[in-house]
Design a protein around this ligand. Structure first.
Ligand SMILES: *Cc1c(COP(=O)(O)O)cnc(C)c1O
Length: 451
């Protein structure tokens, strides 16, 4: 696989170099120069495969020219060893549950795949590296869990004291081993400033610092796999188009969906759902990209004011606003509408959605009333049974509702239970290192002593 920077000012590189390098030297994001295409006959033949079996085939298709089949097979099976169920909540309305990984959110797909491939590629070169992440919660826990125990890699995760949930903190700060959790007296922005300063510090080049943020191609590729799995689970016949509703922040998940469509998944439209951090819908409407400070919401993993994968999304549409408008329907959902969606999904289906999934569900509702209604028959009905949308609609469920028990309790009057495997997590001992002021000198000493 040959990859090119979205800015086209640095040379094309292999998957190996793109994965180990992160950002392209010209500051752009790597995208493959060509995509393999999966034919409908193949999709038909893949129906019924388990998720790991399907993921192995897709990874082989993408990376088979660079890595031996057995290596891909082993790394993918180690990384993606959990199910991806689709549930039909209403006729033609599905949720695709992406929260069965260890941190109960979809970032496990990217983080675990990246960790295994990163470690393998370091091994080929007999190198070691240090992954450095600043987190407001979800990314750090997925990365810490993903890299925990993985050879050749030290991980340091910085999080703001008192500003991540106790469950997220437990997932970062109880692992030990190659994972150091640093609890910073400060804000998420302070954590990010320390990490950025370390990346620019030439005196630290011996540590081989690397990032695991959502711009790495190693997180993006595995996210395409669950779109294929979701398609195979919901299409009545292969070839039928479906709609994916995606809760969107840094636009990584959505970009992976667009790539899946490029690989051959028949997609009618993407519903790109944001919370009130509405940079994307505003861009589609006005044609002017305007980054702005992020606003805190219930769907906090989507509180993004300058989506880092936007350049990729645009490039995948040839830089054309018109093409982007044809491929995406994007809309912003308010806090009150998010709460209302949690209540109404439960009232209609007895299914509990987390706030991120609720944003996407509400956006899909809006799409079906505003846009898809235009294609209804003369009597207002759609082909198929009454109330069934013309195309299957798959809402990506990106987090387990138990991670957001406070808001669920407010809206539904009860707290959803964590899966049984998580019983007793409160009892685990936190082993975070405290950084009592967000000072770069202090942080640098810690980094050098630990890595
Ligand atoms: C990160 C995250 C999102 C947003 O995904 P992007 O790829 O950043 O658009 C949505 N939901 C949850 C639960 C997340 O953790």
């Amino acid at each position: 696989m040959l990859l090119e920077s979205t800015r086209r000012e640095s040379p094309a590189v292999s998957f190996r170099d793109a994965l180990l390098g992160g950002l392209a030297p010209d500051g752009g994001l790597y995208l493959p120069t060509a995509w393999p295409v999966v034919a409908l006959d193949e999709l038909r033949a893949w129906r019924g495969l388990s998720f790991p079996d399907l993921a192995v085939r897709l990874a082989g298709r993408l990376l088979g020219d660079e890595l031996p089949g057995q290596v891909i097979d082993r790394l993918v099976r180690e990384a993606l060893d959990f199910p991806v169920p689709a549930r039909e909540l209403l006729p033609g309305r599905f949720v695709l549950e992406l929260f069965h990984g260890p941190t109960l959110a979809f970032k496990d797909f990217g983080a675990r795949f990246l960790a295994r491939f990163f470690s393998h590629l370091l091994g080929e070169r007999d190198q070691h590296a240090t992954i450095l992440v600043a987190t407001s919660g979800d990314t750090g826990s997925a990365v810490a869990q993903g890299f925990s125990g993985v050879p050749r890699v030290q991980v340091m995760v910085l999080y703001p004291a008192g500003k991540v949930s106790p469950f997220q903190e437990a997932q970062m700060a109880t692992l030990g081993g190659n994972v150091t959790a640093v609890r910073v007296s400060g804000t998420f922005d302070d954590c990010q400033r320390l990490v950025k300063a370390a990346f620019l510090d030439e005196g630290l080049s011996g540590l081989h610092l690397a990032s695991a943020n959502s711009i790495t191609i190693g997180r993006l590729l595995p996210q395409t796999f669950y779109y294929v799995a979701g398609y195979l689970a919901v299409a009545r016949e292969i070839g039928e188009e479906v709609i994916f509703a995606v809760p969107t922040g840094n636009v990584g998940n959505l970009t992976a969906g667009v790539i899946a469509a490029r690989l051959g998944v028949p997609v009618s439209r993407f519903v790109a759902a944001t919370n009130v951090n509405r940079v994307l819908p505003d861009y589609l409407e006005s044609g002017v990209y305007r980054a702005r400070p992020s606003v805190a919401t219930l769907s906090n993993a989507m509180d993004v004011g300058d989506p880092s994968n936007f350049a990729r999304l645009l490039e995948l549409h040839g830089g054309s606003l018109d093409r982007l408008r044809r491929s995406l329907y994007s809309t912003a959902i308010s806090e009150e509408e998010t709460r209302a969606a949690i209540r109404s999904v439960y009232a209609r289906t007895r299914y509990v959605v987390d706030p991120h999934t609720a944003v996407a569900w509400a956006a899909a509702d809006r799409f079906l009333t505003e846009v898809a209604a235009g294609s209804a028959g003369p009597d207002g009905s759609h082909p198929g049974s009454p109330g069934r949308p013309e195309h299957p609609v798959v809402t990506l469920a990106t987090a387990h509702p138990a991670k957001f028990d406070a808001v669920i309790r407010e809206e539904l009057g009860f707290a959803p239970a964590l899966p049984p495997a998580y019983a007793g997590w409160q009892a685990r001992t936190l082993a975070a290192v405290d950084l009592s002021r967000a000072d770069y000198g202090d942080f640098r000493r810690l980094l050098v002593s630990r890595c």
